[in-house]
Design a protein. Structure first.
Length: 254
C-alpha cells in the first residue's frame, strides 16, 4: 500500500509490531516434544490478545493461526497435533495478521536446539541475504535487481533459490501489488520499488530444489528435488534511502 498519512503509518507499525512480537515469542516457545499445533495455538493466543486476526485464516481459511513448516517442508505447513518437534529440526514459522484494517507479514527459519543436521549454514545464509537485499531497496530500484542480488548471493553461499515463491506488497490486504518480488533475476519484470509503499520481502534459500510443489493436503509446499529451504521475511516501508523495517521486533537478525 501507499502510505500517505501519519495515521496509515501508525496503523502499519501497530500490526507489524503484533506479527513481529508473535513470531519472536513463538520461536522462544518452540522446544522438542511439543506439537506444531501447540506452537500454533500459542501464537494464536498472542494474536488474539493483541486484537489481531490471523491473515491466512481470514484470507484463505487456512487450518491454523500461523504457517509452521518443518524440515523438508518449504512453506504453508499445517499445524498438527501429530507433528512433534525434535532436537535439530529445521523449523519455519510464518506469521501474518490484520489489525484495524492494516495487514503485515513476517517469517523466519531456525534450528531447534542443537544443530544436529547442519542446517545452521542454510539458516544464516537466508538471514544474511535478506539483510543485504533489504538494504538495497529504495524508491526507484528495479525489483528484478533485488532478485538478481538474492540469487547471486545464494549461489555464492553454495545454495539455490525457490523461484515460484515471492515477496509481495502488503498493507490493506495480505497480498497486493507488486505481486512478485522474486528471489531471482526476472528479466520480464520492469517494475520498480515505489517510495512510501509497504512490501513484504522474503528469501527462500534452498539446498537442492528450485520449485515448490503442493502436497496432497492442498497447502503444504515441498521442494521439487527435495532438500531443505530456509525462509526469512520482513515487512518494510520503502523510502528514498534505507527502508524502515516495520517488523524489526521479530529479532531474526540478533
Amino acid at each position: 500500500m501507499s502510505i500517505t498519512t501519519e495515521e496509515e503509518l501508525l496503523g502499519m507499525k501497530r500490526v507489524s509490531k503484533a506479527v513481529a512480537y508473535t513470531l519472536k515469542e513463538m520461536r522462544n516457545f518452540a522446544k522438542p516434544g511439543i506439537s506444531t499445533k501447540q506452537l500454533d495455538d500459542f501464537g494464536g493466543e498472542i494474536l488474539q490478545d493483541l486484537g489481531a486476526k490471523s491473515a491466512p485464516r481470514l484470507t484463505y481459511q487456512f487450518p491454523g493461526w500461523t504457517c509452521i513448516s518443518v524440515n523438508n517442508e518449504v512453506a504453508h505447513g499445517i499445524p498438527s497435533a501429530h507433528k512433534i518437534l525434535k532436537e535439530g529440526d529445521l523449523v519455519n514459522v510464518d506469521v501474518s495478521a490484520e489489525l484495524n484494517g492494516f495487514w503485515s507479514d513476517n517469517g523466519g527459519s531456525f534450528v531447534l536446539g542443537e544443530d544436529l543436521h547442519q542446517h545452521q549454514l542454510l539458516v544464516d545464509a537466508s538471514k544474511n541475504i535478506l539483510k543485504k537485499a533489504i538494504n538495497q531497496i529504495k524508491g526507484g530500484v528495479k525489483i528484478s535487481e533485488i532478485g538478481r542480488l538474492i540469487e547471486t548471493e545464494a549461489r555464492k553461499s553454495g545454495f539455490k533459490v525457490i523461484k515460484n515463491l515471492t515477496g509481495h506488497g502488503v498493507g490493506r490486504s495480505l497480498h497486493e501489488a507488486p505481486h512478485e518480488i522474486a528471489n531471482f533475476y526476472d528479466r520480464y519484470n520492469f517494475d520498480r520499488f515505489r517510495k512510501n509503499t509497504t512490501v513484504a520481502v522474503e528469501t527462500f534459500i534452498s539446498t537442492a530444489s528450485s520449485i515448490a510443489e503442493t502436497k496432497e493436503d492442498g497447502w503444504t509446499l515441498i521442494g521439487n528435488k527435495g532438500g531443505f529451504v530456509a525462509q526469512h521475511e520482513h515487512t518494510i516501508l520503502i523510502t528514498g534511502d534505507k527502508p524502515l523495517i516495520l517488523t524489526a521486533e521479530n529479532d531474526i537478525w540478533i
